[in-house]
Design a protein around this ligand. Sequence first.
Ligand SMILES: O=P(O)(O)OC[C@H]1O[C@H](OP(=O)(O)OP(=O)(O)O)[C@H](O)[C@@H]1O
Ligand SMILES: Nc1ncnc2[nH]cnc12
Length: 244
Amino acid sequence: MTVEPTDSTSNSAQGNPDSTLASRISPSTSSHPPPSKADPTTNAGQGRKPSTSASSSSQQPDLKIIKARLHRALRQYPDFPSPGIIFEDILPIFADPELHGLLLEALELQVVSSFGEANKPDVVVGLEARGFLFGPSLALRLGASFVPVRKQGKLPGPTETASYKKEYGEDFFQMQKDAINSGQKVLIVDDIIATGGSAAAAGSLVHQLGGSLIGYIFILELDFLKGRAKLNAPAHTLLTGQEK
Ligand SMILES: O=P(O)(O)OC[C@H]1O[C@H](OP(=O)(O)OP(=O)(O)O)[C@H](O)[C@@H]1O
Ligand SMILES: Nc1ncnc2[nH]cnc12
């Protein structure tokens, strides 16, 4: 089982190299060189809407180094929370202030290069619970609102509900009915896309509330589960991994 840092920043004309990154990060010691295969971290060509990403060759070196460092921080736990699941633990990233900061810089760069300066979201929607770890910080950096998708029974007032299945269970997601104004541009963020059930349910809630879903950003994609095929908007991830 491996987790590889991969390349999903692509629109070289839009992604201005951030020189502050180069000065802040340590020299790369990555044992995981960039893959030569086509970029698996966008859904160009396989989703119902094309991704805005182009090839991996235009990715900024700084972002590649950051991705390799983020990748090395992940921990894997076999048979958690149930037999056969290899659980990807992202929490070490948040335990290290430097990595935490680099994660947010990488996510912001990814959003701008994937969706364009002119198409920044009005609202960042984060999924309970791990989407809450970085969704609000990313929203602040983008000058956007943050709105949570919560598990059933946690939100007061009128709500919309969507059921979903994920890699290891079933659940219900809810959003407050007035959380998004009609036509607002929405970006959905979460730590991991596995089967895509959670993300697809969140997309359906955004649609029910009248939002315009510009796409999804994830830290990690378990690409063997092909979750992005369930999504109706472009999806971009910083890392991809787990081969079965
Ligand atoms: O693509 P999927 O198969 O739907 O799985 C991905 C979802 O599973 C995890 O959340 P989980 O429901 O375990 O909740 P947590 O964040 O509260 O731990 C993860 O944070 C994603 O939200
Ligand atoms: N393998 C996995 N590791 C961590 N979170 C997950 N959510 C769904 N599948 C997961």
